[in-house]
Write a new protein. Structure first.
Length: 150
């Protein structure tokens, strides 16, 4: 009985996470017409440059305490998904091609290679998050400079 209750609790937690991702995914990515996506359909999605060059894959998403998607974690480099680098990139830096189902990231290969690796221990560090946003040319939405747009 305990095992069944644990499995139900896990299923509910995962379902809630997917619900949150569905609600906020369309809101935080670009300014086009609203479109929602489930996180489980976007995990593992290919990321390409605007010219169509393969950059990597989405390995995870990071949510803030209000449920907004703050970062997408990009698995970049390596061979057969091993030995690569994990990079936190502000979610708003991406656009999504819903027809062909891939993300587009407009960043030079040199800039991406020089980006700091993602460190889960830094997630609670607001300065780290602001630095990452600015590294990728984005204004952190929680700062005063963001204005009333968000």
């Amino acid at each position: 009985m305990k095992k069944t209750a644990s499995m139900i609790a896990l299923a509910l937690a995962v379902g809630f996470g997917l619900f949150v991702a569905t609600v906020y995914a369309g809101e935080t990515m670009g300014k086009s017409e609203y479109q929602a996506y489930e996180a489980n359909t976007m995990l593992g999605s290919v990321v390409r440059s605007p010219q169509g060059e393969y950059i990597g894959r989405i390995s995870d998403f990071v949510f803030d305490s209000d449920g907004h998607v703050t970062f997408a974690i990009l698995a970049h480099g390596g061979v057969w998904r091993f030995g690569g680098k994990q990079i936190a990139i502000p979610y708003k830096a991406f656009s999504y091609d819903s027809k062909d189902r891939y993300f587009v990231l407009d960043v030079t290969r040199e800039r991406l290679e020089a980006a700091p690796s993602f460190d889960r221990k830094a997630l609670g560090d607001r300065k780290w998050a602001e630095d990452v946003y600015r590294y990728f040319g984005q204004q952190p939405y929680w700062t005063e400079e963001w204005g009333t747009e968000y």
